[in-house]
Design a protein around this ligand. Structure first.
Ligand code: UDX
Length: 454
């Protein structure tokens, strides 16, 4: 099938590449010429395991092309995926200007029936706005204003596991209209996704608004689990319970399940913070408050500071003269994404309290430098107190404490003897509960986890 993908961000690039790998002819469009040039060379602008090879293989097989040519993109795909960004507006609502611009460009250049798929995470009702824009342009061109159908097909892939998630989806949500064009579009989408549907029925076909809502509901539910567990972990600290044992105790109930119950330093990334805010905003627009979700966000903002509170409790609020090793910068492992990363809040607080920080991350250092430059625009001189180590052990030299923010695999089995020899004093603030408190105690390491009982 001929497919066009508009926007070569995370979702667009993964979708396009994986669909090409299944044998489709995929045309990826982006406005950013430098990015397109890079992709044409088979280099990818993000760190995502397995993706670069897949891009290179499919370019070589002539199934995947990258271009900035808007007219050619609209002509190419029978299915046009809109996978552009929906950044939050100042008030937290999703800004649809890129989505609607993409829709307009399709309509200006399209040359036959098109299935226009919203892949971007968009507020409930966006499909109507997309359809209205296309209809307006088609009417202006004197063409059949109904020669297209809008489909909502939200993406659930996780960064760091994006290729696998796309290739082995739990479910494929398809929102379609009930009219003839909608049903025609559904038949085309079923054909496109047939390779994923061999052994199990993965399709969840529904109306457009429910599909749009499903994406927000999923992320809001997951974010809620995390904030809830983070609050319980903080209470466990006070009452002397161990959140890890509690997690296992409740996770064994199949109604609850084990996943997404890990307490930590708060959720970050490009989806949860933005989608929680956007859904809260949608509710307000419709005259309802989502009180649970408002609390989820507030709890998460506080949780990003939980390690700072524990550090202040241990060392006092003035950290001048102290040196902290920090392991993990990206918002989670296997990505270099620094969007809403808890490490940024932590570094901000530590440097402003006078500390020196030596950070390590396997892949996110250059992204981190870029992000921190923005965070410290008001106090750039403080960045002199931040340095980066190329090896996690080097970060520990003369450190007064180690702070763990991201659970990269490389941090899971530290050489405690070397750690103790390198550090000024062996103190660990573990924001991801990577170690067992009693093991640390036996090794003579002072250990502070999140909701862990020593
Ligand atoms: C998420 C959704 O999982 C995905 O379905 C959607 O398409 C996009 O948003 P992603 O942001 O890539 O994916 O990361 P995810 O693995 O879900 O983690 C999100 C955040 O929650 C991370 O900061 C992670 O550290 C945190 N988290 C996750 C916890 O704090 N505890 C948990 O138990 C799980």
């Amino acid at each position: 099938m001929n497919i066009t993908i508009i926007g070569t961000g995370y979702v667009g690039l993964v979708t396009g590449t994986c669909l090409a790998d299944l044998g489709n002819h995929v045309f990826c469009l982006d406005v950013d010429q430098a990015k397109i040039d890079m992709l044409k060379r088979g280099e990818i602008p993000i760190y995502e395991p397995g993706l670069a090879e897949l891009v290179q293989n499919n370019i070589a097989a002539e199934r995947l092309i990258f271009s900035t040519d808007v007219a050619a993109a609209a002509a190419h795909g029978d299915v046009q995926f809109i996978a552009v960004g929906t950044p939050p507006d100042e008030d937290g609502s999703a800004d649809l200007k890129y989505v609607l611009e993409a829709a307009r460009n399709i309509a200006r250049h399209m040359n036959g029936f098109k299935v226009v798929v919203d892949k971007s995470t968009v507020p409930v009702g966006t499909s109507d706005k997309v359809a209205a824009v296309i209809r307006e342009e088609l009417t202006a061109r004197g063409l059949d204003p109904n020669g297209f159908a809008v489909v909502s097909n939200p993406e659930f892939l996780k960064e760091g596991a994006a290729v696998d998630d796309f290739m082995r989806p739990d479910r494929i949500v398809l929102g379609v209209g009930e009219d003839e064009a909608g049903q025609q579009a559904l038949a085309i989408m079923r054909k496109l996704y047939a390779p994923f549907n061999r052994n199990h029925e993965r399709m969840r076909v529904m109306d457009l608004r429910s599909a749009e809502f499903t994406k927000y509901a999923a992320n809001a539910m997951l974010a809620t689990r995390i904030s809830f567990m983070n609050e319980l972990a903080n209470l466990a600290d006070r009452v002397g319970a161990d959140i890890e044992l509690v997690r296992q105790g409740i996770g064994s109930d199949p109604r609850i399940g084990y996943s997404f119950l890990y307490a930590g330093t708060g959720y970050g990334g490009s989806c949860f913070p933005k989608d929680v805010q956007a859904l809260t905003h949608t509710a307000q627009e419709f005259g309802q408050r989502l009180r649970v979700l408002e609390a989820v966000e507030a709890v998460n903002d506080d949780q990003k500071l939980v390690l700072v509170q524990k550090i202040f409790q241990r060392f006092g609020r003035d950290l001048s003269g102290l040196r902290f090793a920090l392991w993990g910068l990206s918002f989670k492992p296997n990505t270099d994404d620094m969007r809403e990363a808890p490490s940024r809040v932590l570094i901000d607080a530590l440097l402003r309290a006078g500390a020196h920080v030596v950070a390590h991350d396997p892949v996110a250092v250059s992204e981190a430098k870029r992000a921190l430059q923005l965070d410290f625009a008001d106090a750039p001189h403080l960045l002199k107190h931040l340095s980066f180590a190329t090896n996690p052990l080097h970060a520990l030299e003369d450190a007064d404490a180690l702070v763990i923010v991201t659970e990269w695999k490389a941090y899971k089995s530290p050489q405690l003897d070397r750690l103790k020899a390198l550090m000024k004093r062996p103190v660990i603030f573990d924001g991801r509960n990577l170690y067992e408190p009693w093991n640390m105690q036996d090794a003579g390491v002072e250990y502070v986890g999140i909701g862990r009982r020593a």
